[in-house]
Design a protein around this ligand. Structure first.
Ligand code: HEC
Ligand code: HEC
Length: 725
């Protein structure tokens, strides 16, 4: 085994990550005694490579021809930890094998052909998946043809184009709101405005309350969306993405600018969607110390502080969001707070148990030293940091007091340079694309089979993330490079598991996930893209998946529900069924009222085309037309290209045929009405709600064809391939 692989499979889970990390973690007992052996926990992004580097260095230190890595754990050379292993332990044998492998030149990865084992969508189908998820639309026929002809390079080109559309910027907002949760303040007309301090922005009450409802909404959403618009702005203007934590400005639209009494230049001062950069100076004549989203007034409010919290919650958010490090995960040992604080006047700083986390957390909290404890975004240059806390800083670096006035910017500069920043951003994009968390390094060593399986999943994903972050960094932190690399990857394009793979591998690949449940945001766009209409509620024309059913369908409200469902439960399934029923009802008869060339779903048939004559003779021409339309539907709704003799088409045809046959018989016996159910009749334009003229309406269905097509559409809209990508 190559050394990196040996570390991942044996030496880490059984030795370093189990025995040694207890004292050799970055703030453990050994580190406090200045031992050079420092092990990063597996939750640390890139921990395997960081540890390998450190261990290679340590292994070279020898005493009497034997590496200290092999001597110290036996208690030799006065090891500070004593004898933690016996020479006869299996774990010691693994340690020996690992140290031997370090000598080998072989630094390659395990060259297992994992990727080849999954079947990939072809370029055309991959483009459809990417277009739906990233831009909320279907590819045009021209785009599909270009990708079919040009292969993978053409796919990458097509993605670059997609990533400059409004739909993509919507995806960016949703993806980053999942982290920032600031859309909570869009909830009502004053959700964001009410957060501001009156001293700084006197227009927030009297002036604001006098505005029309329409203007209130535009002002409030301009302010509420300020951090997400900064993200969009940085990407749109092709700047390095690190600017999101360093930008010396915030974003305003013409309406929020008026509220803040700032007068930047707009191209169109009526356009609430236009956002520009401003540096804020308040009515107290205080300049804000901008550092991108770190100083976003919305984010500061969404992650507020208290006199005892001292911005530690913010520090934790900064670490998880921008450094991919959950400080709560670093400590693997149980903390007994009573024992830990006993005997310390200031345990967070001085007790090893508490400082383990707080040594990392508290300096970052210090970057927010000048923000009020009671009014989250209120900036007070006169405040000074708590004397009993470690000083503001980053890692081991202490911020000089001359920098305290621009502390957030100082922190932002360090975040931007940290090697964990690209990994953290890759995680955010990964969630937005794949709809799930990236897999963690497996912890349970007890179940060896499971460990091996999870390790394989993790390794494959790690390779993918590494490739993506390398491109991201090489292309000057262009976020689109990150999205592109993930979207052309085999993980994103996986389509199914080939039948010849043995069962264990199948479980592994299924774990890696094939397709995702679409979020309510993406599904509502997909419905529109596929059918030409939206699924809305009658009274205010809101998309049902973004209002009524947002939470039931697994989405978030950024307030009490803040994490998404990635696997469907019973409620999700019932909402999907309801959607399928209602859409089919709304669309089928309506489509038949249009000229064939204007129909999106049923262009190749008429309700008069039926498989058999009333006398029971087959009508081959009609059957062909019906099948031709089914081929069209399977491609449009499910994205699969089939021929008329495919078994899938045959199955859909049987559904049509059986429904029709039964229905016609029931109508003849007067068990069923010869009219279409009132709400499903073709009487109104489903998009505009406009009534059709009398002569264009379709309400009769004596031969049951309309209702048979309705059954087919319901079946297709409820298909997992429609609900997943
Ligand atoms: C109970 C705590 C503890 C455990 C567990 C422990 N160590 Fe240590 N280790 C120490 C301390 C304290 C030092 C610093 C004093 C010294 O040099 O011995 C140290 C030092 C070392 C050194 C010398 C490093 C240097 O930079 O001077 C090596 C090598 C080492 N340990 C290896 C290991 C290995 C390998 C394991 C796991 C198999 C391990 N230790 C587990 C506490 C521990
Ligand atoms: C596993 C990591 C970890 C350890 C160990 C730890 N803390 Fe914390 N502590 C945190 C985090 C993270 C926060 C911020 C929580 C938040 O606000 O989201 C925090 C917050 C605090 C706060 C502010 C609470 C508030 O909101 O008012 C205090 C006080 C504190 N810790 C004291 C201690 C003491 C004392 C110890 C040792 C007995 C300790 N912590 C051990 C991670 C840790």
């Amino acid at each position: 085994l190559p050394k990196r692989e040996r570390l991942a499979r044996e030496a880490w889970p059984n030795v370093f990550g189990k025995v040694c990390i207890e004292c050799h973690s970055p703030d453990g007992l050994a580190a406090q005694q200045n031992a050079e052996l420092r092990l990063m926990p597996s939750t640390y992004p890139g921990f395997l490579d960081a540890n390998l580097k450190n261990l290679e260095h340590m292994a070279k230190l020898e005493y009497d021809g034997k590496s200290v890595l092999l001597r110290k754990p036996l208690g030799e050379m006065g090891h500070g930890g004593g004898a933690v292993l016996k020479a006869s332990d299996p774990a010691y044998a693994e340690l020996q094998r690992f140290v031997e492998s370090l000598g080998s030149k072989d630094c390659g990865e395990d060259a297992s052909a994992d990727e080849a084992a999954t079947e990939l969508l072809d370029e055309r189908a991959s483009l459809r998946r990417a277009s739906v998820i990233l831009a909320g639309r279907l590819p045009t026929p021209e785009e599909a043809a270009a990708v079919e002809k040009g292969g993978e390079p053409a796919l990458a080109d097509a993605l670059e184009k997609l990533m400059r559309e409004d739909g993509f910027y919507d995806w960016l907002r949703t993806t980053f709101n999942d982290v920032f949760l600031t859309d909570r303040y869009l909830n009502w007309n004053k959700g964001a405005v009410s957060l501001l301090s009156e001293k700084d922005f006197p227009r927030k009450d009297g002036w604001f309350d006098e505005q029309s409802d329409d203007r209130k909404w535009k002002i409030n959403s301009g302010l509420a969306r300020e951090p997400l618009e900064l993200i969009v702005h940085v990407v749109r203007s092709e700047r390095p993405f690190t600017e999101i934590v360093t930008a010396p400005y915030m974003m305003v639209n013409p309406y929020s600018a008026e509220l803040l009494e700032i007068q930047p230049k707009f191209k169109n001062a009526q356009d609430e969607k236009e956002f520009v950069e401003v540096a804020v100076k308040t009515q107290r004549r205080v300049s804000w110390p901008h550092a991108g989203v770190l100083t976003s007034p919305m984010l500061l409010n969404r992650f507020p502080t208290t006199p005892t919290n001292r911005s530690r919650g913010r520090a934790r958010m900064v670490m998880t969001t921008f450094l991919a490090t959950d400080v709560l995960d670093i400590a693997s040992r149980p903390v007994d707070p009573v024992a830990a604080s006993a005997g310390f006047l200031n345990p967070t700083r001085d007790s090893a148990y508490c400082s383990f986390c707080h040594r990392e957390l508290d300096p970052i909290a210090g970057a927010f030293n000048k923000y009020s404890d009671n009014d989250a975004e209120y900036y007070d240059p006169e405040r000074s940091w708590h004397k009993d806390m470690v000083p503001p800083g980053f890692g081991r670096e202490v911020m000089s007091t001359s920098e305290h006035g621009r502390a957030p910017a100082w922190l932002g500069e360090r975040l931007a340079k940290d090697p964990r920043f690209p990994i953290a951003m890759a995680h955010v994009v990964y969630r937005g694309l794949f709809g799930r968390e990236p897999a963690a390094f497996p912890r349970e060593v007890g179940d060896a089979e499971r460990f091996t399986r999870e390790l394989a999943v993790w390794r494959e994903q790690e390779r993918l993330l590494r490739r993506a972050t390398d491109a991201f960094v090489a292309e000057k932190f262009n976020l689109r490079a990150l999205v592109r690399e993930l979207a052309v990857s085999s993980a994103f394009r996986a389509s199914g598991i080939p039948k010849d793979v043995e069962s264990e591998r199948r479980a592994e690949l299924a774990d890696a996930g094939l397709g995702r449940l679409l979020s309510p945001e993406i599904l509502s766009k997909k419905i529109r893209a596929v059918t030409g209409v939206r699924w809305t509620r009658d009274w205010d024309k809101q998309d049902l998946l973004l209002s009524e059913y947002r939470i039931l369908y697994g989405g978030i409200d950024s307030e009490s529900v803040t994490s998404r469902l990635s696997t469907p439960n019973g409620l999700v399934t019932s909402v999907a069924l309801r959607m399928a029923n209602e859409l089919a009802c709304k669309l089928t008869a309506w489509e038949f009222t249009r000229a064939a060339k204007d129909r999106v779903l049923l262009p190749h048939v008429t309700p008069e085309q039926l498989p058999e004559t009333p006398g029971g003779d087959a009508v081959p021409a009609a059957t062909d037309a019906i099948k031709q339309n089914l081929v069209h539907l399977h491609e449009r709704v499910l994205g699969e290209r089939l021929t008329a003799d495919d078994p899938e088409i045959e199955r859909s045809y049987r559904l049509f045929f059986d429904t029709w046959k039964e229905g016609v018989a029931a109508v003849a016996k007067k068990q069923v009405s010869d009219s279409i159910n009132w709400s499903c009749q073709g009487r109104v334009d489903p998009s505009s709600g406009a009534e059709l003229p009398e002569g264009e309406r379709l309400s009769k269905d004596e031969r049951y064809a309309v209702r048979a097509w309705m059954a087919v559409l319901t079946y297709l809209f409820a298909d997992p391939r429609f609900l997943y990508e």
